[in-house]
Write a protein that binds this ligand. Structure first.
Ligand code: ADP
Length: 191
């Protein structure tokens, strides 16, 4: 099973990915988490990207692609995965296509979590108080939203045209949304 989960920042992709990953027994791979861990551990990658992330910009494709390709080549990802937060740019879409083609593999579905923008900005500001993510302040959140609209939202059309998009309303409680996601995937995938 090879899945993507897409949607605006703060739509709850991370939470839903963990639930989907557990359900289908595939690793949920979040580029945001990988980057945050690198920053916490002060690795060379972390040092290069911490400023970009704290300002809400995108990490350059070259770095992101290295990280993702190497993660997809780990043994636990051999038979499937769920990618959360990747692809985010047109170049990343193309690189993922190329990576899949190498293995003669294909995506099974792309989950798109939709959400009301003002509601998620509010939710992220609340999360900022609880988790203290350095990129969860209002200015950065607005910037992340803008970058998302410019670079990532248009990518949904690519997957829609391929007939792969499974759109799910992301408003509501975690349980309500996960029930919707799993039902929509079951209908699409037949399992
Ligand atoms: P959110 O979806 O809430 O914005 P993520 O955890 O997915 O948060 O990502 C956090 C940050 O990590 C992004 O704002 C961006 O700076 C960086 N990032 C994550 N994934 C990518 C990617 N595929 N390409 C470029 N930058 C990325």
């Amino acid at each position: 099973m090879r899945l993507l989960i897409m949607g605006p920042p703060g739509a709850g992709k991370g939470t839903q990915s963990a639930i989907i990953g557990e359900h289908y027994r595939i690793p949920a791979i979040s580029t945001g988490n990988i980057f945050r861990l690198a920053i916490t551990n002060r690795t060379p990658l972390g040092e290069r990207i911490k400023r970009i992330i704290s300002e809400g910009g995108y990490v350059p494709d070259s770095l992101t692609l290295k990280v993702v390709v190497s993660r997809l080549n780990e043994p636990d990802a051999a038979d499937g995965w769920l990618l959360d937060g990747f692809p985010r740019t047109a170049r990343q879409v193309n690189a993922l296509d190329a990576e899949l083609a190498k293995d003669g593999a294909a995506l099974d579905a792309v989950v798109s979590i939709t959400a009301d923008e003002e509601a998620i900005i509010h939710r992220m500001l609340k999360r900022a108080e609880i988790e203290g993510r350095p990129d969860d302040n209002e200015e950065t959140i607005r910037n992340r939203m803008e970058v998302y609209h410019e670079q990532t939202d248009p990518l949904l059309d690519i997957y829609r045209e391929r007939g792969m998009l499974v759109e799910v309303d992301g408003m509501g409680t975690v349980d309500e949304v996960s029930a919707r996601v799993l039902a929509a995937l079951a209908e699409r995938l037949g399992r």
